[in-house]
Ligand binder design. Structure first.
Ligand code: RFL
Ligand code: PHB
Length: 391
């Protein structure tokens, strides 16, 4: 088989890239290790920046997001038992975020791909990437017991943090930057109305909590937990009791509880691999970088990487290599700002088991400064809604 771009991974990065390339008349095949049901079963992101919303519109998959997504103009920080509103729109000249689940977005992208008759090979096993340092890269995989090979011009590594693409690059060609946090997030999804109209990020002595949502009738809540905790040890009642303890009395009284639809623990990590291009192999999204979810940036970075990559590939087929040459540096500039923001939000809002008491007091003072100073709130707001795109 031959295609122009072989995309590895049918998560948001791979699917958005596939859509943008198809719009530009560039042929691509997506290889995904799992089934569509498995991909849709992973409950992850919920908050989209304006640039991601615009990109989904450009890709032609924005209509359900606009109909069902919830535009949010503010978030609340609960600090020392008091809620402080961060007026995102007021502080950023009217910019907002969109609450729309990654699952729904992925579903829209999968449907658009199927409707356009574009090829996705699900359950592609033993994917391997070859000769990406030449002009004729190849991808091999096994499907239903039979081996296949794809010849292509480019390989897009959209295969997430544990994928095969980054792992196939020689160790001497790549530098990894990493920070692992000493806690995880226990998430619970339930068909209950959200406790508040806006997201609440809570810093408490018992640890961080986040009240988010997927719709007016579906809530997503998170609790900071130690890495030794297991989901099986958290029956729903225990989760709700602990969440109530981490909220202010008003929110705690308003909290509507119900059976969980999904419950899982995610470890928190900051990670960047540099560079993001190796000859004709490009890394995009979680394959190249991970942020702790505190700043809601992971999916948004995946979207902006593939925005840059799609434009670079389109430029290539029009006769210029400038876009692919600048891909890595362009993406990394934006990525490091989001890494910094996500790390900073994580430091400010979580309880660290091993922080020196001086540093803890200094971080508490910084959070106090952020919520009480216009400059502090503006910094948070402009990073949260997403920094402007520099083309
Ligand atoms: P994905 O979604 O991991 O998709 C990669 C795909 O590649 C497939 N794959 C392979 N396919 C073929 N061969 C192989 N060898 C393969 N290896 C892997 C996988 O099966 C998978 O389908 O990466 P992608 O597309 O780069 O998308 C990244 C986002 O999923 C991720 O950044 C976000 O979910 C992060 N995130 C959030 N981001 C936001 O922007 N806003 C949020 O509010 C937000 N909340 C979150 C989050 C992530 C969380 N977790 C669980 C890590 C909340 C949580 C709890
Ligand atoms: C979510 O709704 O899953 C969510 C929202 C905001 C975050 C992280 C996760 O910062």
């Amino acid at each position: 088989m031959r295609t122009q771009v072989a995309i590895i991974g049918a998560g948001p990065s791979g699917l958005i890239l596939g859509q943008l390339l198809a719009k530009a008349g560039i042929d691509a095949v997506i290889l995904e290790a799992h089934t569509p049901e498995y991909v849709l079963g992973r409950i992850r992101a919920g908050v989209l920046e304006q640039v991601a919303v615009d990109l989904l519109d450009e890709a032609g998959v924005g209509s359900r997001m606009h109909a069902e997504g919830l535009p949010h103009e503010g978030i609340e920080l609960l600090v020392g038992g008091t809620r402080h509103r961060i007026d995102l729109a007021g502080l950023t000249g009217g910019r907002k975020v969109m609450v729309y689940g990654q699952t729904e977005l992925t579903k829209d992208l999968m449907q658009a791909r199927a409707a356009a008759g574009l090829k996705t090979e699900y359950e592609a096993k033993d994917v391997s990437v070859h000769d990406f340092d030449s002009a004729k890269p190849r991808v091999r995989y096994v499907k239903d017991g039979a081996s296949h090979e794809i010849e292509c011009d480019f390989i897009a590594g959209c295969d997430g943090f544990h994928g095969v693409c980054r792992a196939s690059v020689p160790k001497t060609a790549i530098t990894n930057f990493e920070r692992v946090y000493p806690f995880g997030w226990l998430g619970l999804l339930s068909d209950t109305p959200p406790v508040s109209e806006e997201l609440i990020y809570a810093k408490t002595a018992r640890g961080f909590a986040l009240c988010s949502m997927r719709s007016h009738t579906r809530s997503r809540y998170y609790l900071q937990v130690s890495l030794t905790e297991r989901v099986e040890d958290w029956p729903d009642d225990m989760f709700w009791d602990e969440l109530r303890r981490r909220l202010d009395p008003q929110a705690s009284a308003r909290l509507v509880t119900g059976p969980s639809i999904e419950k899982s623990i995610a470890p928190l990590r900051s990670f960047v691999a540099e560079p993001m291009r190796f000859g004709r192999l490009f890394l995009a999204g979680d394959a190249a970088h991970i942020v702790p979810p505190t700043g809601a940036k992971g999916l948004n970075l995946a979207a902006t990487d593939v925005r840059t990559l799609s434009r670079a590939l389109i430029e290539f087929y029009q006769g210029s290599e400038a876009g692919i040459d600048h891909y890595s540096a362009r993406c990394l500039r934006r990525i490091w700002k989001a890494e910094r923001f996500s790390w900073w939000m994580t430091l400010l809002l979580h309880t660290f088991p091993d922080t020196n008491p001086f540093e803890q007091r200094a971080l508490d003072a910084e959070l106090d400064y952020v919520v009480h100073s216009l400059a502090g709130r503006t910094t948070l707001a402009e990073n949260y809604v997403g920094l402007p795109f520099e083309d």
